[in-house]
Design a protein around this ligand. Structure first.
Ligand code: GLV
Ligand code: MN
Ligand code: MN
Length: 413
């Protein structure tokens, strides 16, 4: 068969996805496969078994990143890399991350059964803890590999029950021996669901983002004064939760006050002692700010911080803020983005040049080698929820686009 006519096996891709969706399946049809849990281990074990089935050289590094290498005519050339992540949000969907890993696996299976030899090796990857839902921040596996984050700092991160990242990595048996440090990669592709409404609205099947917005994560800690709610008069209270409530609305209104080009969200909050008849004395909440313009995001945070200080002082609730994580906006490699749009055209898939509002390991990979992503539509624009869905036809179309983008790169000398 002419390699131009090659197509992935959509039914096999669907079966792999459905098999993975059973691991950590939730009653509402989603998955809970938080990083470094037993469910994550189960998915990893199955993935490694599937890599071995097609005789890839499997390497696990000290951050638990899993690589599978398909050899080539010239094994000394840096490989084309493609993959994503298999961890999920607490009530996550069946497509986020896993589609990019299973899509790449389907590409490799297709190349194998058609005995396609490539000039360059192809490496499939599953990055550890992309979501940052259990251990913040996000994208730590790729971040450490790319040299943007310190391994020991990542190891020391704790979950809400004070479990250490490194201890959990050891517990599930995925603290590998290979150094987690970048090695030469020719280019990186990441295939993913869009996680937003645009492709569906525009009736397109393939999206090629010009890049990813910047991500800024902050943690806010407030101290109040606990007391019995009944006898304590309203005046003179130091209610940390009320201070937080005022601040949270400031976050929500921030994009409008900054005249757009920005989204801002409080997604996580802990309230202590969380009893209906005690005035809250400790509150922690998170702030997530994203924009294509890094300076704009920073100015937004500065404005917010001044407002937080004012609210904290007025309510007598001392405040501490921390910048937990920051990734600059990532403009992808124009040639690779163009290639994805061209491949989609050749395959007859309507396509769109767009922007990614979600973070991806591709942000860090973009700092190391030419990088691009392939998006397929999210039904109803819903993601990070159990009802997250993408049609199997679109999953197949994305995998075919990935197949030909990878093939073109892998045949370059
Ligand atoms: C990653 O899932 C993100 O927060 O965009
Ligand atoms: Mn993802
Ligand atoms: Mn996600």
């Amino acid at each position: 068969m002419q390699s131009k006519e090659l197509r992935v096996n959509g039914q096999r891709l669907r079966e792999s996805m459905e098999h993975m969706a059973k691991i950590g399946a939730t009653p509402g049809g989603g998955v809970q496969r938080l990083a470094l849990t037993d469910e994550d281990k189960q998915a990893r074990d199955l993935f490694v078994r599937w890599l071995n089935d097609i005789e890839l050289g499997v390497t696990i590094d000290e951050m638990g990143n899993i690589f599978g290498r398909r050899p080539s005519r010239n094994n000394s050339l840096p490989p084309v890399m493609s993959g994503s992540h298999m961890d999920s949000q607490p009530s996550g969907g069946r497509f986020d991350g896993i589609l990019g890993v299973m899509g790449t696996l389907e590409v490799l299976r297709t190349l194998d059964e058609n005995q396609v030899e490539t000039e360059r090796p192809i490496t499939i990857v599953d990055w550890t803890n992309e979501e940052g839902a259990r251990f913040s921040p996000a994208m730590v596996g790729s971040g450490v590999w790319a040299g943007a984050l310190e391994k020991d700092w990542a190891y020391s991160r704790t979950d809400i029950n004070d479990n250490r990242f490194e201890d959990e990595l050891i517990r599930i048996g995925y603290k590998g021996k290979a150094a987690c440090a970048q090695w030469p990669v020719y280019c990186y592709y990441e295939y993913h669901i869009e996680q937003g409404p645009i492709l569906e609205r525009e009736q397109k099947i393939i999206g090629a983002p010009k890049g990813i917005v910047c991500l800024h994560w902050y943690d806010v800690y407030l101290e109040g004064e606990a007391n019995q709610v009944g006898p304590t008069p309203m005046e003179g209270r130091h209610d940390a939760l009320c201070a937080a409530a005022e601040m949270i609305l400031k976050v929500n209104e921030l994009p409008e006050r900054m005249h757009g080009n920005l989204v801002a969200t409080v997604g996580e909050i802990q309230n202590h002692p969380n009893s209906r008849n005690i005035i809250p004395d400790k509150v922690h909440f998170t702030v997530d700010i994203r924009s294509w313009d890094d300076d704009h995001a920073l100015r937004a945070w500065e404005l917010l911080r001044e407002e937080f200080e004012e609210i904290a002082a007025r309510r007598g609730c001392p405040i501490k803020t921390e910048e937990t994580w920051k990734v600059q906006h990532s403009p992808f490699d124009e040639k690779l983005v163009r290639r994805i749009l061209d491949v989609a055209d050749q395959l007859g898939y309507p396509n769109l040049h767009m922007v990614s509002g979600a973070g991806h390991d591709a942000s860090y990979m973009n700092q190391v080698c030419p990088t691009a992503m392939i998006f397929v539509p999210s039904i109803g624009g819903r993601s990070h929820v159990e009802v997250e869905n993408t049609s199997w036809e679109d999953c197949e179309a994305g995998a075919n686009t990935l197949l030909h983008a990878i093939l073109q790169s892998a045949q370059e000398g």
